[in-house]
Design a protein around this ligand. Structure first.
Ligand code: KIV
Ligand code: ZN
Length: 532
């Protein structure tokens, strides 16, 4: 099926959410799904409904509320999974079930403990069952790139005969190379019975840094769906990055000869939103959406750019939604100009979110003369792209120095508007703040990553802090051991921004802690609130 349209299948909410620390709640998933629809993706894989009741609920809400893209739910080749996936997507205008089973000897023997014949039979049966529920069925032979090709053609052929409409070829462990993966797609097209009736899709992981290259090599051989994620999130080293795939196809249109339905100007806002909600920031030199992707440092490059932009730029920053505008905001800018600027940057905020962001903007404008795009992005990320707050940081006060014992006092607002104040000392001011917060919230966790970045240059720059905390299943059911995966360790990321880096650190901690508390379920602190 060779058309010039490549279907963009976004799996940020499923494979992307499998990134360690990227847990999203239902409201955040819905917000991201809304943005994906604005971005123009063709398919949203909204989750894996059989994996938890929370995932089923999220998929159902996306299916009911998001118009435009096809909504897809993942399922193993197990009847219960397929039923759950169908429950998840059935209310969508356009819906799809995506079912998978491993076909490599290593997976079949050591993980599934099934023979080739059993896998072949199960795939056929389950695709056929899924097709009895839903018209649009995607089938994936997991670990395809390490599977015996002859067996792969047989399984794929039987999936088509059983009703699969899309065949997805995963490079599950990111092992393949572009030439090898292209050859695999070519051979699948040559040897799979009935292949002309199905769309060939690819799903590449980035373990060797080749996910984008492998996906594009497959397009050259006739693949017409690419599975990818915003910022390249995903299991381990992640999946192919949507923004890289789309901009490669767009910038090198004459070479690839295909197009997508993506509204490229929404790429950068989508990236920022996903960074905000997952707390996983992208490296500065990340293609398309990294902070340095469009900046030029060397004198020769700057000279060239000033003379003729195309000397060193193959894409216009405006194309990805990063355009510099001539509207500079400052202390006297009003709500209207602020809202207009956010719209221009691709942020479409609800009125309540806009009010909070505007209040933060006014606070910042009192401290900083001119507010640039990066400051606004930090404000939006800090105010809007945050988990629901069980505890809110009201105040932080620290005393520190080379001759002082770092000490912090914090005040939090907890459930029901109760306020709590406590103090602690630590090895440094951030440690003291975290310990004071812990004394109030009393939820066991360990800080495993802390990073700080200035979003602009200058002494008055806003500092953005990103952290990750880890919590263990506690055996008392507060943080359960996942019955399906046996998972005992949970990672939560958080981010915060402020011109005061201690405050930014406190906010980042509250953001991660609030995620942990929502998963764990909340019990009020065993201590008195001040306003009781
Ligand atoms: O990487 C993989 O093989 C997957 C499948 C479920 C498609 O994520
Ligand atoms: Zn995957």
């Amino acid at each position: 099926m060779d058309t010039d349209h490549v279907i963009i299948f976004d799996t940020t909410l499923r494979d992307g959410e499998q990134s360690p620390g990227a847990t999203l709640n239902t409201d955040e998933k819905l917000e991201i799904a809304r943005q994906l629809a604005r971005l123009g993706v063709d398919v949203i894989e909204a989750g894996f409904p059989a994996s938890s009741p929370g995932d089923l609920d999220a998929v159902q809400r996306v299916a009911r509320e998001i118009q435009g893209p096809t909504i897809c739910g993942l399922a193993r080749c197990i009847k219960g999974d397929i039923d759950a996936a169908w429950e998840g997507v059935r209310d969508a205008q356009k819906r799809r079930i995506h079912t998978f089973i491993a076909t490599s000897d290593i997976h079949m023997e050591h993980q599934l403990r099934m023979t080739r014949q059993q896998v072949l039979e199960r795939a056929r049966e389950m695709v056929s069952y899924a097709r009895s529920l839903c018209e649009d069925i995607e089938f994936s032979p997991m670990d395809a790139s390490r599977s015996d090709p002859e067996f792969l053609y047989e399984v794929l052929g039987s999936a088509i005969a059983a009703g699969a409409t899309t065949l997805n070829i995963p490079d599950t462990v990111g092992y393949s190379t572009p030439a090898e993966f292209a050859a695999l797609i070519r051979d699948i097209r040559r040897h799979t019975p009935g292949i002309e009736k199905a769309i060939i899709s690819v799903h590449c992981h980035n373990d060797l840094g080749m996910a984008t290259a492998n996906s594009l090599a497959a397009v050259m051989e006739g693949a017409r769906q690419i599975e990818c994620t915003i910022n390249g999130l995903g299991e381990r080293a992640g999946n192919a990055a949507l923004e890289e795939i789309v901009m490669a196809l767009h910038t090198r249109r004459a070479f690839y000869g295909v197009n997508t339905h993506i509204v490229t100007q929404e790429l950068y806002p989508s990236s920022r939103m996903v960074t905000g909600f997952t707390g996983l920031s992208v490296q500065a030199n990340k293609a398309i959406v990294g902070a340095n992707a469009f900046s030029h440092e060397s004198g020769i490059h700057q000279d060239g750019i000033l003379k003729y932009r195309q000397t060193y730029e193959i894409m216009d920053a405006k194309m990805v939604g990063l355009g510099e505008s001539n509207l500079v905001l400052g202390k006297h800018s009003g709500r209207h100009a602020f809202a207009g600027k956010l719209e221009q940057l691709g942020y479409h905020l609800e009125p309540a979110d806009l009010n909070r962001a505007f209040a933060r903007f006014k606070e910042l404008a009192d401290k900083k003369k001119t507010i640039v795009d990066r400051d606004l992005e930090a404000i939006v990320a800090d105010e809007v792209f945050q988990p629901e707050e069980v505890y809110h940081l009201l105040q932080v006060q620290v005393s520190a120095g080379d001759r002082a014992i770092p000490t912090a006092t914090v005040q939090l607002e907890g459930p029901g508007g109760q306020t709590y104040t406590d103090a602690a000392h630590g090895t440094g001011p951030v440690d003291a703040v975290y310990k004071a917060i812990n004394r109030i919230v009393q939820v066991q966790n360990e800080l495993i990553e802390f990073s700080i970045n200035a979003v602009t240059e200058g002494i008055d720059a806003v500092g953005e802090v990103t952290i990750r905390i880890q919590a263990e299943a506690d055996g008392e059911g507060n943080l359960p051991v996942n019955p399906q995966t046996g998972q005992r360790t949970y990672l939560f990321s958080g981010h915060g921004a402020s011109t005061d880096i201690i405050v930014a650190s406190g906010r980042a901690y509250m953001s991660a802690l609030n995620k942990l508390i929502s998963v764990r379920g909340h019990t009020a602190p065993a201590r008195e609130a001040e306003n009781e």
